[in-house]
Design a protein. Structure first.
Ligand code: B4P
Length: 190
């Protein structure tokens, strides 16, 4: 099973690249951001709880996203592999994911980390905010808060995966096609 984690700050191109990776390698895309936005659209209790945090650029509680991922693993038992996009975002989430995959005997094969400068991240997100309708894309203060959340809670995960020998660094600036070619090269080495 080809299980990949796409890792990087908000706006680094995880969602964009996930689309082409799943098509080329026939994998299932698991984006916790998309799942949470679907809950918000459905106005579920979970969605309403998540919305207040997401609108401020803060992470939602670990237990919520871990539960969502577990149910997706169970409902996609015949998948050739998964692309985890925006998950894990904390060490607690990474440990939970390792446990969930260990019980199924299907470990993560690689963590593809996209490097993009801070100025480019803000530019991309505010640009998307013009059409995405996402409150967290439209205000520079909130965008900056998402980056702070990333630096304090998510970036330490790089060390966690480096210690497992799974971290692959890829430059996330350039055309979408150029970045996809770099990612494919890393995936083809697995
Ligand atoms: P996400 O939906 O994961 O949002 P994101 O970090 O902004 O990443 P996204 O995938 O959308 O951006 P991308 O880089 O593809 O999370 C939203 C919120 O949900 C979080 O802030 C948090 O509150 C909550 N959440 C989600 N998962 C969670 C978890 N595990 N734990 C706790 N909370 C969680 O694209 C950005 C833009 O750049 C796009 O417009 C794209 O077109 C553009 N772009 C991409 N590549 C480009 C390139 N090469 N050149 C120019 N532009 C490019």
């Amino acid at each position: 099973m080809l299980n990949l984690v796409l890792f990087g700050p908000p706006g680094s191109g995880k969602g964009t690249q996930a689309e082409t990776i799943i098509a080329k390698y026939n994998l299932v895309h698991l984006s916790t951001g998309d799942m949470l936005r679907a809950e918000i659209a459905a106005q579920s209790k979970l969605g309403l709880e998540a919305k207040t945090l997401m609108d401020k650029g803060e992470l939602v509680p670990d237990a919520i996203v871990i539960g969502m991922i577990e149910s997706k693993l169970d409902s996609n038992k015949s998948a050739a592999g998964f692309v985890f996009d925006g998950f894990p975002r904390t060490v607690t989430q990474a440990e939970a994911l390792d446990k969930l995959l260990a019980t199924r005997n299907v470990p993560i094969k690689a963590v593809l980390s996209l490097y993009v400068s801070e100025a480019e991240l803000t530019k991309r997100i505010l640009e998307r905010g013009k059409t995405s309708g996402r409150p967290d894309d439209q205000n520079e203060k909130i965008v900056k808060n998402r980056v702070v959340e990333y630096r304090t809670k998510t970036e330490p995960l790089a060390k966690y995966y480096e210690a497992q020998g799974k971290l692959k660094q890829v430059i996330g600036e350039g055309t979408k096609e150029e970045i996809f070619a770099l990612l494919s090269k890393e995936i083809d080495k697995i």
